[in-house]
Design a protein around this ligand. Structure first.
Ligand SMILES: [Fe+2]
Length: 586
């Protein structure tokens, strides 16, 4: 979801002046600040430069001295027991910048080794790239052993890439003691530095990173920045909204120049899905809030966005790492007998959002879908697999599934909440129709399926809403306090940088009022933090799943401190949530 506050600079292409940036969310007054474990001196600060744009000006200066072939780092993703996607991008000449179409074909060699000095190479090969794929390199490195850490690198034109690390998934039948993931979403480069990525990169205890979407934002410079004034902490490239294929490629390069992002990609394999901003705000299957006719045919634009995403991200589209072989992003990744991660695509197949939230019966129209029919059948299959089904069913969920009603909140608070969390009109009814609340028939189908098949240990891991939440998932919120029924648990990470409630209102004192009202009206919601930015760490064992929330200090400080905020857990077989008084040991 999303939206933007009115741009301080007119967008070159269409965004509606009335649209507002969304997402954010509730902060709890208490939880955030009290913190334990400050991530201290071991955490490398981003390499800020005087332009305020780490990485980019520095990269340009270095390029003057000596042209750098590997300017966008390395990445890996979608770990399987014997293969993992590895990625990089080469810049063969100074003119061959992302999206330029310039530069000839380049043969890139790659290696995967057991050691960081590459003395024990276990897999290697050559890859021919060209301007036709924006000089990106993406392939499945095969021949690896399950549940093993490896190092990888690329070489081209006499230069070596940085070294990345990856870890394969365990064998399908492996019994695991635990799995641990970093969890992130909503990283708006103009709103600040990616300290959340820095914090996760400093850890040494993760299997992989889950990214729930809004990896990058489409807005023009000043269209969606930091706080009420949309302050630009560091500018987007290109400076206009991304619409053309060149625009999308350049914006991916813009983000991939960030040193914190590069560090986290190099450190861990990522498992990603997209939300709306990878294409444009509040996209649905045939359009988007931030798209109009002046920007051409919507589906042509979306195809460009998906192509650039396929080129620049370490994901398997339609099951392989070959570029352009498909458009399907939703997929499953299994981790032994302990868990399976099912990443959803809730944008490409969804019907248009309801126009009148709260009073519009459209939200419960059974003919409308947020998943689309095929993906719904696939999701239900993920929840009820046959023999040897993994214990924890982890659903990578781009928008919240827990019902949220804002009840008796005064109208002057509903508006800023909507700015952050939804696409609601100014005086609209108080809930967010861009998430599963706008497609309640689909939600009932999923939760009903869980109930009917007595599925246990379903865990929705969610982003998008720029706030932290821990929720139980009843079919009927009004009777849940009485019967205690819950068909799973939802943990929502906050945003890496994108604006939250305090940022939108400019009045932090309002946040506790909103949070108190929401908690009072929604007894299945056990925790919410509308005011902090950060990341989460999810740890899964056979006995329980626990999520830790970490919060960053100032978004415009590249070396800002990072602190533990709070933790919640769900015990296996319960579907219920309990607070935990300390974070996981790193
Ligand atoms: Fe977002």
């Amino acid at each position: 979801m999303t939206s933007t506050t009115p741009p301080t600079t007119p967008p070159t292409s269409s965004s509606s002046p009335s649209s507002l940036p969304r997402r954010t969310v509730l902060a709890t007054g208490a939880a955030g600040a009290a913190a334990a474990g400050v991530l201290g001196s071991g955490v490398r600060p981003a390499q800020a430069d005087p332009t305020g744009q780490p990485g980019q000006a520095g990269a340009a200066e270095r390029a003057k001295a000596k042209h750098e072939v590997f300017q966008h780092g390395v990445a890996s993703g979608d770990p399987l027991p014997r293969r993992v996607v590895i990625w990089t991008r080469v810049t063969p000449t100074p003119a061959a910048t992302a999206g330029s179409g310039k530069g000839g074909p380049v043969t890139v060699t790659w290696q995967v080794a057991k050691d960081k000095r590459f003395r024990k190479v276990v897999s290697k090969g050559r890859f021919l790239t060209s301007a036709g794929r924006d000089h990106t390199v993406k392939l499945d490195a095969k021949g690896l052993k399950p549940d093993t850490e490896y190092f990888y690198r690329f070489r081209a034109l006499g230069q070596k890439s940085p070294v990345g690390r990856l870890r394969t998934a365990p064998r399908k039948r492996a019994a695991l003691d635990n799995l641990r993931f970093g969890v992130v979403s909503c990283a708006n480069l103009e709103a600040g530095f990616f300290s959340s990525y820095r914090g996760l990169a400093a850890r040494d205890d993760l299997h992989a990173v889950l990214h729930l979407g809004d990896y990058l934002y489409e807005y023009p410079t000043g269209g969606y920045g930091m706080g009420q004034g949309n302050v630009v902490v560091r500018p987007h490239d290109p400076p206009h909204e991304m619409v053309s294929l060149e625009d999308y490629r350049r914006r991916h390069a813009n983000y991939k120049a960030d040193p914190d992002l590069q560090a986290l990609h190099a450190r861990y394999s990522w498992i990603l899905t997209w939300d709306d901003h990878e294409v444009t705000n509040d996209q649905w299957k045939s359009g988007a809030e931030n798209h109009d006719e002046s920007e051409g045919d919507y589906k042509v634009r979306r195809a460009r966005a998906h192509r650039a995403y396929d080129e620049w991200m370490p994901v398997r589209m339609d099951g392989t790492a070959a570029l352009g072989d498909g458009t399907r992003l939703y997929r499953r990744l299994r981790f032994g007998q302990l868990a399976e991660v099912s990443m959803l695509d809730l944008r490409t197949y969804r019907d248009e959002q309801a126009a009148l939230p709260g009073v519009d019966p459209t939200v419960s129209d059974p003919s409308r879908s947020i998943t689309g029919k095929k993906q719904m059948a696939w999701l239900k299959e993920s929840l009820t697999r046959g023999d040897h089904a993994p214990q924890w069913k982890v659903i990578g969920n781009p928008v919240m599934i827990a019902p949220v009603t804002f009840g008796d909140l005064p109208n002057d608070l509903i508006d800023p909440i909507n700015d952050v969390t939804g696409i609601l009109p100014g005086d609209g009814a108080p809930y967010n129709v861009d998430q599963w609340d706008g497609y309640t028939a689909d939600r009932r189908e999923v939760l009903g399926h869980i109930r009917d098949h007595q599925v246990k240990d379903v865990l929705f891991i969610t982003g998008d809403i720029h706030s932290g939440w821990a929720c139980e998932l009843p079919l009927d919120t009004s009777t849940q306090p009485l019967y205690g029924d819950s068909y799973g648990v939802e943990f929502v990470c906050s945003s890496v940088t994108s604006n939250n409630l305090k940022d939108i209102t400019g009045v932090p004192q309002l946040t506790p009022i909103v949070e108190t009202a929401i908690l009072a009206n929604n007894r299945h919601i056990k925790y919410l933090d509308f005011d902090n930015h950060g990341y989460s760490v999810l740890d899964i064992t056979p006995a329980r799943a626990q999520m830790d929330w970490y919060v960053i200090g100032a978004r415009d400080d590249a070396a800002t401190p990072i602190e533990w905020s709070t933790s919640y857990a769900t015990q296996a077989g319960t579907g219920r949530i309990t607070p935990v008084d300390a974070p996981l040991e790193a």
